[in-house]
Design a protein around this ligand. Sequence first.
Ligand SMILES: Cc1cc2nc3c(=O)[nH]c(=O)nc-3n(C[C@H](O)[C@H](O)[C@H](O)COP(=O)(O)O)c2cc1C
Length: 399
Amino acid sequence: MQHQYGTIVATLSRYYNAYPSVADLMEPARRRIPFFAWEYLDSGTGAERLPAHNLQRLQEVEMVPQFMGGASNINLETRLMGETYAMPIAIGPIGMTGMIWPGGEHILARTAARQNIPYCLSTVACEAPESVGPLCEGKGWFQLYVPADQKICADMMQRAWDSGFRTLMVTADVPVPSTRERQRKAGLKMPLEVDYKTLLRVAARPTWALATLRYGKPRLRMLEKYAESGDLKEVSSFLGRQLSEVLNLDYMKFIREQWKGKLVVKGILHEEDAKSLVKIGVDGIVISNHGGRQFDGAPAAIDVLPAISKAVNKKCAVLYDSGIRTGLDVLRALALGADFVLLGRAFIYGIAALGEEGGDHVAGLLKEDMANNLKQLGVQGLDELPGCLSQKPNSNYPG
Ligand SMILES: Cc1cc2nc3c(=O)[nH]c(=O)nc-3n(C[C@H](O)[C@H](O)[C@H](O)COP(=O)(O)O)c2cc1C
């Protein structure tokens, strides 16, 4: 399928009035995808206190504008781990993106290439690194859930490298799968069970159903090679056997020795973890509570960012995610010590609502909101943001 950038730009201008914020994309997304896919995308774990808490605590971060410095000449370009990106945001890893919107991984890879921002492909994506890597045009990062078998791990890393991924992001905060009560109630299983209820839910979403017919039933293509057969039931049982309670510092040292590119660890909430990772030579960490999907008793990720950023003391890059929905949220995270920000659900709301142009629309909204709010603040560049905070960051947490 050819996607001309000119056509996309023309379509995008229409969306600015119809969907002027990421929040405006949620309801159209919910209405376009089946109930089980929405519940998978939107849910947290347990009582679901944390997803809302992430958003709330971000909104409470205040910055004070100054007006006497005159016009500001805003440049959002950001250098991170030796690369220059158009702005300080990346599309974060989302498992089974292609189940939420058919071909979603390919769409987001193209978005990243067009926007000059990174796209991080998940281990449990519907598309394999071999088909996604080339579409990223050098902007691809690969997210790794480490398997118990280190030979499989080495093979996964080699496949990611051979597909053009040069940044590896190891996710630390999924020691075991979490309970996702809404997901369970919605009957989400891999492979999708073709029962009466599922069929009714799919029939109620004809655009999704047709797109799925075109792309084929969702599969976990990266992992098929390692299951006894390519059958999805086998792949799911591989996930259960291999991907639980495996990661520790020794395993991270093994990965550091094997991986020649940039290495980032995602899901860090404690200062001591951050310090140990710096010692073994990681290039970056992501402060994140997985968007509130793993442990509902965790602090809002934004609350631990300042202390961890201080502890790391520029010895590696500090990335942030969890709860980012606007350009202003990105600026808040940068003000509190992040070098770069990832967004999870926001880009997926975009493609679920709008398909091919959805990722570009979200990127455009964030860019506009960042540029506008930097001018509201009266700063000349992103590095001036910490000086705008209205009060000292919360440091009640150990990290
Ligand atoms: C539906 C869904 C699937 C996810 N899958 C993965 C994954 O496969 N690997 C991973 O490291 N993080 C995964 N995450 C976590 C995101 O990468 C990110 O940390 C989180 O979404 C950030 O919060 P936000 O959605 O509020 O931006 C997933 C999140 C969601 C919502």
